[in-house]
Design a protein around this ligand. Structure first.
Ligand code: AMP
Length: 387
């Protein structure tokens, strides 16, 4: 563990220029750091908060050298960055999270192997490459199932729901070139995420669990506190701590979990997915927590003391997604949305709108999570698109 903190005045490099990079960059700037964003294109949400934007494709050698030249420390907003680039960068600058963390979390099969080794429960699953594997998975694990690409899937992309034998026909051809995970569909009671920060000094802080609702594989709504028992909360935290220690991660870690009814009564916690970064379900920490996930990540990677993760207020967050492809879009209903008490609107400045693209989010605070959910839904419902 490095003992010397990277102090404000230094410049932080962020791999990735999406909304997570934008909010991370804002937190870094308010702590007094310079920010270089390797956006990979000209139209990235994080471009406006950066002192410097790199537009070369990720993995490009010239971009790698430029980032090394201009930054004191490198972090990322997105785990699917080339691990080889992080290997090269980390020979010259501290890079958090490390390439070894990326190699595990970029691959659902490697991630699953880690969870198995730690004895952490997950949905029954089988690795699939060929038509023969597919048949074995169907026999061994059964239907209904979720078949997911081992690498690169996100927000429901690279993922197929197979409920019947006929629906097997909708799967891509298993020709041995691509790896997939055939996963039993879990009849969960609810979904939660546990966000944890681990600093380069080894200090760990865990946020209370957030409860998430997805539609079509994309996060729709997060509420906190989650409707779980203290026992489930304790178990989920224990899992997150053991994953963070096993990975030796530095920065934020998100553990997405299913809460399932246990055969003998009570509940079990199964892990669905790991993300070695800040997470959409943590956006409400900006207003609802003592320390936002973005500030916490910056503190963690820079080796500064971590902030309190206490919830200041019950809260809810609803994502604002694009409805259909539009060249130019005008958001309507902003005054109406902001007239809902204790409501905050975050827009990511995305130029191009596509169906289901994340364009912003609404967070509402209230005396109870139910009231916060009602406020967030009301504010979100006032928003629309024109053009
Ligand atoms: P993922 O990309 O794996 O995070 O999946 C996105 C969402 O799809 C999850 O948050 C769940 O709502 C749903 N999902 C994924 N895998 C399963 C499963 N095995 N059983 C039930 N729902 C799932």
């Amino acid at each position: 563990m490095s003992a010397r903190p990277v102090l404000p005045g230094a410049t932080l490099g962020i791999l990735g220029g999406g909304q997570l990079g934008r909010m991370l960059g804002m937190a870094a700037r308010s702590l007094g750091y310079g920010v270089v964003v390797w956006a990979g294109n000209y139209d990235a949400p994080a471009r406006v908060i950066a002192d410097r934007v790199l537009t070369q494709p990720h993995g490009d050698l010239e971009g790698t050298i430029e980032l090394m030249r201009t930054c004191d420390l490198v972090t990322l907003e997105w785990e699917n960055m080339p691990a080889e680039t992080v290997d090269v960068l980390s020979e010259h600058r501290p890079c958090h999270p490390s390439a070894s963390v990326l190699r595990i979390t970029q691959d659902r099969l490697a991630e699953r192997a880690l969870l198995d080794r730690l004895g952490i429960p997950t949905a029954p699953a089988y690795g699939v490459r060929t038509a023969e594997d597919l048949h074995t998975a169907w026999q061994k694990v059964g239907l209904p199932a979720r078949v997911k690409t081992a690498r690169g899937g996100y927000d429901g992309g690279g993922q197929w729901r197979v409920r019947t034998e006929t629906e097997l026909g909708s799967l891509p051809t298993m020709d041995g070139t691509t790896a997939y995970r055939w996963e039993k569909e879990v009849n969960f009671e609810r979904e939660i995420s546990v966000l944890l920060a681990r600093s380069s000094t080894g200090e760990v802080r865990v946020y209370p669990a957030f409860e998430n609702e997805h539609t079509g594989g994309i996060l729709h709504l997060t509420r906190c506190p989650a409707r779980i028992s203290p026992e489930v909360a304790r178990r989920a935290e224990e899992i997150a701590r053991s994953v963070a220690e096993a990975l030796q991660i530095v920065g934020m870690l998100t553990v997405e979990c299913f809460v399932v009814a246990a055969p003998g009564g009570g509940h079990d916690v199964w892990v669905n997915e790991l993300a070695p970064r800040v997470h959409n379900s943590g956006h409400l920490t900006i207003e609802a927590s003592s320390t936002s996930q973005f500030e916490q990540h910056i503190r963690a990677v820079c080796g500064l003391p971590l902030g309190e993760t206490t919830l200041r207020s019950p809260a809810a967050m609803v994502n604002l997604l694009g409805d259909k492809s539009r060249a130019r879009v005008q958001l309507t209903g902003v005054p109406e949305a902001l007239s809902v008490p204790h409501t905050h609107l975050h827009l990511y400045g995305k130029q191009e709108v596509r169906a289901r693209r994340k364009l912003g989010h609404v967070t509402a605070l209230a005396g109870s999570p139910e009231e916060a959910v009602a406020r967030a839904i009301r504010a979100h419902g006032a928003l629309g698109f024109e053009g």
